[in-house]
Design a protein around this ligand. Structure first.
Ligand SMILES: Nc1ncnc2c1ncn2[C@@H]1O[C@H](COP(=O)(O)OP(=O)(O)OP(=O)(O)O)[C@@H](O)[C@H]1O
Ligand SMILES: [Mg+2]
Length: 400
């Protein structure tokens, strides 16, 4: 969890613990969501802030019950997944639980074949906490993919790519529940689909267009096949301006009875750069640490160990101290347990804050995007992160 990596002193850690415990082991029930970003997740259209035109368009589509396949694109923490949920709830009404599914493409891809291979009976023997809904789904998908291979005269287990394609096709191909006309399949983090998989997705979309609508969620439209884009309605989510973020935080602070001054609100808005999830998390962390949230408290808590380490790694790489940078990044992944993807995202965040000229920044970010893509395809993520560090010096160092 992102928040757990924030620094805590002993007195603070006691308070921070309260933030994370939304499960009461004695009562065995979930209490009110402990994370404010979950508690304040939009449940109706009026809960959304920023990008009014997109939300109004969605609201209108939901009211008219007519909709095509869609792509929601935009940066992190702008409400893409929440909007897909609210939209689907409005369209599907009571049959939402039966006819809605969300698949996170990276999560599906990360499930190893050996795990997917376990039978539903094997999974049933495990404790509830040891098996996820996705693992149960992938167990069924594995058998479908294996049968499809056999039908093509091929033996052996399905590949991870085949499992992913089947995970999408299987849900789309099964009948809707409760006599509904359509069901909705949301593919979150769909930018992780390779171009070959995009082709397979296009065929699935066409084949099951009568019964299944797709909502694809992705940070940007680049890398998407024009054949898919032309078949979807594209909706842009963007980072709201600082004054909107401040107003939003102010409302939450009042609701939670947090004492916060104007400069602190400005500081959170600036630090979170329009990412509302990050803004709410920052407000919650700062308010748990201090009775009155001031600008200083915000800055103290906006630095995570990951941000600090990545800053030092990028500086080392740009200074030409490649071996030291490589060693630090290995520690981050192998010892501290950060995922290569989150390290890559943090490197991108760090790079945009540095004073590169626009052409150089664009080259650097191009390279980051390439590595982000390769991280997904390659077996050894560390090799790609190390390659990114090596190229930073070559691309950017002349400017600094
Ligand atoms: N437009 C918004 N209005 C109000 N709250 C928002 C909005 N966008 C994000 N949030 C807050 O951030 C949290 C995360 O939102 P959501 O998961 O929809 O973001 P996302 O755009 O899908 O991000 P990511 O690309 O990282 O998956 C929500 O639970 C909510 O607390
Ligand atoms: Mg999302």
């Amino acid at each position: 969890m992102v928040l757990s990596s924030y620094p805590t002193s002993s007195s603070k850690s006691k308070r921070n613990k309260l933030i994370f415990s939304d499960y009461d082991p004695i009562l065995g029930v979930n209490l009110e969501p402990a994370l404010w970003s979950v508690k304040y997740r939009p449940k109706t259209w009026s809960d959304f802030v920023g990008r009014e035109s997109t939300i109004n368009q969605l609201r209108f589509l939901a009211e008219s019950s007519v909709f095509a396949n869609m792509i929601f694109y935009g940066p992190s923490g702008t409400g893409k997944t929440a909007a897909a949920e609210v939209f689907s709830r409005e369209i599907l009404g009571e049959s939402y639980n039966a006819n809605f599914k969300i698949l996170n493409i990276r999560d599906v891809w990360d499930i190893p074949v050996t795990k997917a291979k376990r039978s539903v009976q094997d999974l049933a023997k495990l404790e509830r906490g040891q098996r996820s809904e996705l693992e149960e789904y992938m167990s069924v998908v594995f058998r479908e993919a294996k049968a499809a291979r056999m039908a093509r005269g091929r033996g052996g287990d399905p590949t991870r790519g085949e499992l992913l394609s089947e995970a999408i096709r299987f849900y789309a191909s099964t009948a809707t529940v409760a006599d509904e006309k359509v069901k909705i399949l949301v593919l979150d983090e769909a930018d992780a689909l390779s171009s070959g998989m995009q082709q397979a997705l296009r065929r699935t979309m066409e084949l099951y267009s009568d019964t299944c609508r797709f909502i694809l969620i992705t940070p940007s439209l680049s890398g998407w096949s024009p054949a898919i884009i032309s078949r979807c309605l594209t909706l842009n989510f963007s980072n709201p301006p600082d004054h909107i973020v401040q107003g939003f935080l102010d409302d939450i602070a009042k609701e939670e009875k947090v004492s916060i001054d104007e400069p602190a609100l400005t500081a959170i808005a600036r630090e979170s750069q329009g990412d509302l999830r990050r803004a709410i998390n920052l407000l919650q962390i700062a308010s748990a640490a201090s009775d009155t949230v001031t600008e200083d408290v915000v800055y103290e808590y906006s630095e995570t160990p990951l941000i600090t380490s990545v800053r030092s790694i990028v500086t080392l790489a740009l200074d030409g101290q490649y071996p030291a940078a490589r060693k630090e990044i290995r520690n981050l992944v192998a010892i501290d347990g950060y995922s290569p993807q989150e390290v890559c995202v943090e490197i991108e965040r760090d790079l945009v804050k540095r004073p590169f000229s626009p052409p150089v920044l664009s080259k650097v970010l191009d390279r980051v995007a390439e590595i982000d893509y390769r991280l997904l395809q390659g077996k050894n993520a560390f090799v790609h992160l190390a390659a990114l560090l090596a190229s930073l010096r070559a691309i950017g160092a002349d400017e600094l």
